[in-house]
Design a protein around this ligand. Sequence first.
Ligand code: ARG
Length: 567
Amino acid sequence: MMTVDPIILDRLSAYSGAPADECAGWFEVPKSREMGDLALPCFRMAKVKRMAPPAIASELLPLMSGIPRVIKVEAVGGYLNFFFDRSAGARDTVLGIINAGERYGASCEGEGRNVCIDFSSINICKPFGVHHITTTVLGHSLSRIFAHLGYNPVRINHLGDWGTQFGKMLVAYKKWGDHDKIENSESPMRELVELYVKFHQEAENDPSLDDEARAAFRSIELHDPENWALYEWFKELTLREAQRVYELLGIEFDSYNGEAFYEDKMPAVIKELQDKAVTTVDNGMTIVDLSEYDMPPCLILKSNGGTIYPTRDITAAIYRKNTYDFYKNLYVVAYQQNLHFRQVFKVLELMGCDWAKDCVHVNFGMISMLEGTFSTRKGNAVYLEDVLRSSIEKTRAIMMEKSPDLPNMDEVARQVGVGAVVWGPLYSSRIKDFTFSWDKALNFEGETAPYAQYTHARCCSVLRKAGEYDIEKADWSAVENESSAALIKALAALPKAIKLAAEKYEPYLISRAVIEICSCFNKFYFENRIMGEAEGVSAARLAVTEATRIAVKLGLYLVGVEAPERM
Ligand code: ARG
């Protein structure tokens, strides 16, 4: 991002009558260098000046002389083109990055502000499947991005740990389960899911099982000691296994308060809804009529008095406001739940929660594997842990061929294998449906995490081989040529991408900025000799390499990808 010198803005503002910050928005970056580094399209002023753009450009030209770091200004057609002293720009950008280090692009705009991020939010006794990848990595990335901008992220795993399915689990376990087999299994989650699937198969022929399940869930609701202990054990087993995935991904949570946590907090909220006459009763059900807002009613209490998913989310939002006094309250959940969140936010608003406007459903598209999509009930889920482990294995095999002597092969294979999987859902706008393919993910040359990681390792290797260099001696004119200028421009664009990623909840803006830096660096690397030049030339190019290393590592970190130094 080229920033416009305040002197230019002052003079332009005086000429046009528009405020300086409005003038700042008029500038464009020209497509090619022949047209300068920055262009002002003069048609913006045609109306006020009652003149044709070329005439405005000629009138402005003499007003733009003697500006620091501007070496030439030209009026071409309706444009005024500015040519900057590139070496000064390069020096400022590169030194700025090197001095900031991992704080490059950081800010304190979020100081003292909590941002709740509800993400991953897995379901107990169900597979932690590949379909959970997007919420998991998107939420994780957002937490890092907000932290970079000074906010305090509160990472919440809103567990799906309540509902009639736990009655089914209990019945299935008591009929067919084996404690030791489950407890000692490599994957207790799979054992539980198997029982759950069996329950559904059996219940097709024997509907009485469903009655048993209802009664069993009722006993959990009443905290029957034996059944409650089993329920807690199911939870513990599921989380124990999920933890392995979180460890691979480097994810931690601040809270695992899930649906069950709100059991005893709902009555007060329901009472408030009733007292404020937000709810009505319809066929024995307590609902909030939302027809005025073009939505079906939001169910609060079933006719048997039981609470449901929206009741818990309404209660959870209020709890989060009271506990964290959030600045924003984000829900990283697939677009299938669009209506659910619109309803929940509307009910909060109708209750008089003026902070309902700070609740955001950060929705995203569907994920599928090339091989097809999955359904939990039939038991053919693809486990995220399997996908990650097999990616690590495949990566290891590739690296054994490419760099068999790598010292810490296992560690690097993990970093690259995990990065490859994480990258996919974070490389496109989140709302797009995403199809996972091994060929794409593990391609070291495409626009992938391994490619970015490889570029980072290349920077590290250049710097390692060069050893110490004296940045004071850098001759910045050595990085004025096309490929260098393009790289420096890409490096300078990262902070804006980070800020925009937070504003739009779109980490892909950062991934794209990283890939842009990487492809510019690789071009720079092939077109410019770094070592064996005059000391000042080498120093400037090494400084650019160092800035690239810092920016790529930071960008990868913000999307939850590690950057090994050798690969
Ligand atoms: N457990 C739910 C699911 O897997 C997602 C929960 C999202 N968070 C929330 N507060 N509703 O579909």
